[in-house]
Design a protein around this ligand. Sequence first.
Ligand code: UDP
Ligand code: MG
Length: 317
Amino acid sequence: MKKRKLQVAIVLPIYNESGVVGQTHARLRAVVDSLPHDFMIYYVDDGSSDDTVKELFALADADARIHVLQLSRNFGHQAALTAGMDAAQGDVVISMDGDGQHPPEMIPQMLDLILQGYDVVQTQRMDESQPASFKKWTSTLFYRFINMVSGTRILPGTADFRALTRSAVDALKSMPEYHRFLRGMVSWIGFSTVILPYQPADRISGVSKYSLGKMIRLAMDAIFSFSLVPLYIGLSFGALLFCLAAAEMIYVLSFWVTGRTSNLAPGWSSLMFVILIVSGMLMALLGFIGIYVGYIFQEVKRRPVYLVKGRHPDDGK
Ligand code: UDP
Ligand code: MG
């Protein structure tokens, strides 16, 4: 294997992780200092409201390899990651969480795989050993569903912990979409990919910054920006109901043909049933269309995915 000195950028989105970033950085630094490559570390502050920014600035003042990008508000994990990847220079960009759940000790192995010629080194969470939890089963359910409805294969448990070569990063940068589900986007761009399993650690401290609302939004972004299947669900239900209606018509006609119309009940309940189902399906279909129209609306506005308030050190990088 050829040993080449790489320029490596590490991107960590950080939101309200005061007290955690110091430990994350110490652990990351120990790994980085043991490697022969040139490193730059980009901490993206996603509009934290605690002391995180101060702590990040202090880290950056002590180490010239650290850059802090401060977003103007909380734009969300995927937007913060995008901001970091846009800013990152270098041959390889590694993204990881700032809460200690992504072991930096895997970075040497990830870089070895990059040196072997892979463009995407994607880690996959192996959490069989973890106890069953709400997060775990919603995640399993989510991946099963997204793979059923989307043409882009997304491996279960893939995290935003991966190494990308410059060409893969540039490919991602050419996708300006507003609703970003990076796991899907990385799978969509192709390139030679290798999967690296890892055992997630526990959060150093604090609680998950992915509230239920944020998780639902991410799942929606994944489903509606990677699949048109929800539209077809409404459509095929509509077709099915149309067939049922036709069958019913034939059934009623048979009473007429055989002259047994007196046997026909007034049919109020069946009529209501059909009306209710059909209008329900229509509403559901309209709802799906509404969501896509909403997404189209947001995409055509071409709003930036994030806004940068400041950089530290402010050297134009
Ligand atoms: N994060 C962020 N913006 C957000 C939510 C999370 O930058 O709106 C960061 C967070 O600080 C952490 C990473 O994204 O470094 C992953 O978030 P978290 O650990 O809360 O997610 P989980 O591991 O529970 O999926
Ligand atoms: Mg986490």
